[in-house]
Design a protein around this ligand. Structure first.
Ligand code: GLV
Ligand code: MN
Ligand code: MN
Length: 420
């Protein structure tokens, strides 16, 4: 998998200002209200971002293929047509109040790697592919990491097509509407290796003044949907003792998730990010409540214990308040360990480029988690300001982006056997 690095190789760097300019151009597509982005999966804005990415890739001489769930594969030809491609990628979709770099950096850094190889007229034995995975965020169509999950065989194409947003529009119909339902059968193309650059989305690297996170793996995550059903009633004339208040049950469930996560410190997190009450009217006792639970831990046993405690706690809350409580699993991804050889390769590149680096476990979910099931996979992280992400204030510096992209360049150059 590895080859000796020449003297020329050790001085090759990506073009920092071109990378930054490209990131800022993409950030103009689907602007948010506070300097970030709202480019949710399969919206018109997602379509515009994709079109811009396709144009840039074509200008860089790459050929484009789109699979049936909208994953975009931009290929730079290798000298050995029989060699499997080395893939870089991440996602261009954002949270509703998202930042400019979550996911976007990994895709556009891949493009910058190809542009750099083009500048130097460097060939590689293996083809190099830059991928935009559809709907990593999962905020419009649950679950997260959806189309990379289809690619890796975790979900079926039809199951993905049937996912609905809050307005009842399906993933399949929206993919078709924005014109990005491709022909390529999902998961048929195989990769020799996959490398994803991402911002840390946490505070560790910046606080420690470290340039590069060498990601050894990621924590597991489970998404649950909890529904309480009680009885809607008049807020003025229904005595407190006669209520079947689904809203109160939801409030207790929010507290339950907090308590369960606190029980497993420091290695667990738990969040209720969505809560909907019905009829959601000031003078009505809520008759039903629906909330989502996001729990994560690097330890599979801890994650299982959290889910069990939440299920038991929901049943108890329901019993106490005379409502019914239902818990459905929306998503589960076990903790992931990345390929030891690829991780070591990333570490070697960070070292030889003179960057400070440390091992890190990813807190967030990434497409790389599913790719790790079907190809040797590694991730590279760069710091982000105050660890803030899933927030329009998310920020990084051009230098941080460039350092991560340089490590990506050299890692991929080794994997693809580039001629420097
Ligand atoms: C994806 O962005 C996640 O970690 O929720
Ligand atoms: Mn992301
Ligand atoms: Mn995200």
């Amino acid at each position: 998998m590895q080859m000796a690095q020449s003297t020329l190789g050790s001085v090759v760097r990506i073009n920092e200002s071109r990378l930054w300019h490209t990131l800022m151009e993409m950030a103009k597509v689907g602007p948010g209200v506070a300097g970030g982005n709202n480019r949710q999966a399969l919206t018109d804005e997602d379509g515009q971002g994709r079109a811009l990415f396709r144009r840039w890739c074509e200008e860089a001489g790459m050929s484009i293929s789109v699979d049936q769930v909208g994953n975009i594969f931009a290929t730079r030809t290798g000298t050995n047509p029989n060699a499997r491609a080395v893939c870089m990628g991440s996602h261009l979709d954002t949270q509703p109040v998202g930042g400019r770099f979550d996911g976007v950096l990994g895709v556009l850094a891949g493009l910058e790697v190809v542009r750099t190889l083009n500048d130097l007229a460097v060939e590689s034995e293996h083809p190099i592919v830059v991928t935009n995975w559809t709907n990593e965020e999962g905020s419009r169509f649950a679950p997260v990491m959806m189309a990379s999950g289809v690619y890796a065989g975790v979900h079926s194409v039809d199951w993905a097509y049937a996912r609905q947003d809050k307005q009842g529009r399906t993933f399949g119909a929206e993919l078709e509407r924005i014109g990005w339902k491709g022909d390529e059968p999902v998961g048929t193309r195989k990769f020799d290796a996959y490398v994803e650059l991402h911002i840390e989305q946490g505070p560790i690297l910046e606080a420690e003044g470290i340039d590069i996170g060498v990601v050894t793996g990621g924590q597991g995550l489970t998404w649950l949907q909890v529904t309480f059903t009680g009885r809607s009633a008049h807020a003025g004339s229904t005595p407190m003792g006669k209520r079947r208040n689904a809203g109160l049950a939801a409030a207790r469930a929010v507290e339950l998730v907090q308590t369960v996560a606190m029980h497993h410190q420091p290695d667990a997190v738990g969040t209720v990010g969505r809560l909907e009450l019905r009829p959601n009217s000031t003078n009505s006792v809520p008759g039903s409540a629906e909330l989502t639970v996001d729990i994560r831990s690097p330890d599979a046993a801890v994650l299982q214990d959290m889910e069990t405690r939440i299920r038991e706690g929901v049943a108890l809350i329901a019993l106490e308040l005379g409502v019914s409580g239902d818990v459905q699993r929306l998503q589960h991804a076990a903790p992931v360990a990345f390929d030891a050889g690829c991780v070591e390769l990333v570490r070697d590149q960070a070292r030889s480029l003179g960057y400070s680096f440390r091992d890190i476990v990813s807190g967030a979910g990434h497409d790389a988690y599913w790719l790790a099931r079907v190809a040797p996979t590694a991730m590279i992280m760069c710091p982000c300001v105050d660890g803030i992400s899933h927030n329009e204030a998310e920020n990084i510096s051009p230098q941080w982006a460039a350092a991560g992209t340089n490590v990506l360049l050299h890692t991929v150059a080794r994997l693809a056997k580039a001629s420097f």
